[in-house]
Design a protein around this ligand. Structure first.
Ligand SMILES: Cc1cc2nc3c(=O)[nH]c(=O)nc-3n(C[C@H](O)[C@H](O)[C@H](O)COP(=O)(O)OP(=O)(O)OC[C@H]3O[C@@H](n4cnc5c(N)ncnc54)[C@H](O)[C@@H]3O)c2cc1C
Length: 381
């Protein structure tokens, strides 16, 4: 099995992985990004999500800057949408959503095209259609990950890894402990129909949603491949029921156009981090903060993010980013969205570069060096 070597190996090209890989590459790291799908953006694109949620606290104050803002501004490039005028977009734009918050809509397909350009600009070595299948460890550190694609199986070694797989799959493969939580069956899909009640790209083409975040659609935590398969098939069943109920005259005008290419699970797995964010941490300030995250659901004070919530307790040379960082309950709910994925991804990318440059583990980096890099980015871009 041929071995490829990098400074930083980022696992998963969702929003968090892309943020981590671009940030590490911009710091001069030889960086690889491994993705099992043929799209970039993870759940945000393959899951047919279309709202880049808020960078502000809902009271008119911007909370997140840096890569998350850079990405939001670029997310509209190949689509009909704009940033709300109140937040610097053009007047009379097609924002798709209210301008009360600093958020915007994007085309999932268009966003993939932009993300690809950004990775190329940063010089990230991207592997698409490449599945990470294992991790080789020594003394609680990852020596290499095993990956498989059309070339066969091969090992990729790194000085530092970032697990941005959305489910902490690499930490799990390396023997780390994983926390899980329940989900809800709420499939989003693209529909052709004359009437729309959710969100539309054109008069006829729009995102539709079935199910709801309610006890009726509650689903156990997906801790096995069998359960994930069951979750996906139940989602399809809900969609089928929508069209089965239509009179035959309507069926030629109302039909599904595109289904999600990855399971629309909100929460898969979170690492057992050096610091587990939980409900009692709202309004706490941390000495090792890597940035704040607003509550996307309502105006509220933002949550501060300790660097330690990105660092697993049980695997040494890896950081986590995105929806698999150490956050539980309400905190997981707040952190599992796109802006938080971009923010934690950027922080992980900087931290990985500091760890590689100083030849230390992520747990042992000099936090003041990370803070200096973050402070530079936290100015409006
Ligand atoms: C129904 C629903 C609606 C949502 N709506 C919104 C919304 O409106 N706005 C918003 O901001 N957020 C929304 N979210 C949440 C948000 O889209 C995601 O949580 C966020 O994008 C997660 O980003 P991530 O990078 O952490 O993880 P992911 O997007 O999960 O990225 C992980 C990547 O890793 C890859 N990967 C995993 N395992 C492997 C492996 N073994 N080998 C190689 N690659 C691997 C995956 O293919 C994926 O590309 C919604 C989620 C759901 C389920």
């Amino acid at each position: 099995m041929a071995l490829k070597s990098y400074d930083v190996v980022v696992c998963g090209a969702g929003i968090a992985g892309i943020a981590g890989a671009i940030t590490a590459a911009r710091q001069g790291m030889k960086t690889a990004l491994i993705e099992k799908q043929c799209l970039l953006g993870g759940l945000a694109t393959s899951g047919l999500i279309y709202i880049y949620l808020a960078l502000c606290d809902g009271y008119g104050n911007q909370v997140i800057y840096g890569f998350a803002e850079e990405l939001l501004k670029r997310s509209v490039e190949y689509g009909p949408f704009d940033i709300p005028a109140k937040w610097g977009g053009p007047a009379n734009n097609y924002s798709g959503i209210t301008d009360k918050r600093y958020q915007c809509c994007f085309s999932p397909a268009g966003f993939t095209l932009t993300l690809d350009k950004m990775l190329a600009e940063a010089g990230v070595n991207l592997f698409l259609d490449t599945m990470i299948t294992g991790a080789k460890t020594e003394n609680d550190s990852i020596v290499s990950i095993n990956a498989a694609n059309v070339s066969g199986q091969f090992d990729i070694s790194g000085k530092c890894f970032i697990d941005a797989t959305g489910g902490a799959f690499v930490v799990q493969m390396a023997g780390g402990k994983i926390h899980r939580q329940e989900n809800f069956i709420t499939p989003w899909f693209i529909e052709m129909a004359e009437k729309h009640d959710f969100f539309h790209f054109t008069d006829d083409l729009h995102i539709q949603c079935e199910g709801a975040v309610s006890d009726k659609y509650k689903y156990s935590d997906c801790n096995s491949g069998r359960l994930v398969t069951d979750f996906i098939r139940k989602s399809w069943d809900l969609i089928r029921k929508r069209y089965d109920a239509l009179p035959s005259t309507e069926k030629r005008k109302n039909y599904p156009v595109h289904l999600a290419a990855m399971p629309q699970l909100r929460k898969i797995g979170a690492i057992d981090a050096l610091y587990m964010l939980d409900d009692s941490d709202h309004n706490i300030k941390f000495a090792d903060s890597v940035g704040s995250v607003p509550d996307w659901r309502k105006p509220d004070t933002p949550w501060d993010t300790p660097y330690r919530s990105l660092v697993p307790r049980d695997v040494k040379n890896i950081l986590c980013a995105g929806r698999c960082i150490g956050a539980l309950h309400e905190a997981w709910e707040v952190y599992r969205v796109i802006p938080a994925a971009a923010m934690t991804g950027e922080a992980a990318g900087f931290a990985a570069a500091v760890a590689v440059n100083d030849n230390v583990t992520p747990a042992d980096i000099d936090y003041s060096k990370l803070k200096k890099l973050l402070d530079r980015r936290n100015k409006k871009c």
